[in-house]
Design a binder for this molecule. Structure first.
Ligand code: CA
Length: 230
């Protein structure tokens, strides 16, 4: 498999060097941009597979880059930021980022996030018009509206099923509470976010062999949930 081309957007030279050295050591191809304008230009001219994006840039907020890229591309965007408030992560994810890393980060963590994103890319590049989703022991037949675990049909409520479909269709991507509740209920009222936790707990009881250490659905405390590719 061809290593993806990664656009590294970072104005801090030390962090940029850490990232590019890591990428080079693992045979990733990359291009660099040190400002928002340069990043937009590079994103359009190189058409990279993955964006690694710092939010604090000299000329532009990284969230604006996400919004602008999302007007024409679904390329995975991993935010790398010193901002560690949940509100900042949520803002970036809601603008269309796929994942985030908080500085300081470890090289292993960066590589792990890149692997998750590459699996997401592989899913995006396979035919998504198919009506079946398979991940580990989980199989969803979207056309029939049924989910199976280890060959057994799961008995899900309509909301649990909708939730499972939404997460499966975005495997590898962190979905915020707001995004999920908007998709499921059409709005993001506070009591819907509370309901989401309840439905997630009942879904996990049916899906996970050990609901306290889930394999399929990862919790991002204060932020949202993500379906992992098994
Ligand atoms: Ca910066």
């Amino acid at each position: 498999m061809n290593k993806p081309l990664i656009l590294v957007i970072e104005d801090d030279k030390a962090v940029r060097t850490l990232i590019t050295t890591t990428l080079k050591a693992h045979d990733y191809r990359f291009v660099e941009a040190i400002s928002g304008e340069a990043a937009i230009l590079a994103a359009t001219s190189y058409n990279p597979d993955i964006l690694l994006l710092d939010l604090g840039l000299p000329d532009m907020d990284g969230v604006e880059i996400i919004s602008r890229v999302r007007t024409w591309s679904n390329m995975p965007i991993i935010v790398i930021s010193a901002r560690c408030e949940d509100a900042d992560k949520i803002c970036a994810l809601d603008a269309g980022a796929d994942d985030y890393l908080t500085k300081p980060f470890s090289v292993d963590e960066l590589l792990a996030r890149l692997r998750v994103t590459q699996r997401r890319l592989a899913i995006m590049n396979t035919d998504t018009s198919g009506s079946e989703f398979v991940n580990g022991n989980l199989r969803i037949d979207y056309a029939a509206g049924c989910a199976y675990l280890g060959g057994e049909e799961m008995h899900l409520t309509p909301i649990e099923y909708k939730l499972l479909c939404l997460l499966s269709q975005n495997t590898g991507k962190v979905l915020t509470h707001t995004f999920i509740t908007q998709k499921i209920w059409g709005n993001a009222w506070e009591n819907n976010i509370a309901s989401l936790r309840v439905f997630m707990a009942t879904l996990r009881k049916k899906l996970e062999s050990a609901p306290d250490s889930p394999q399929y659905i990862q919790t991002h405390v204060g932020v949202g949930y993500r379906m992992m590719k098994l």
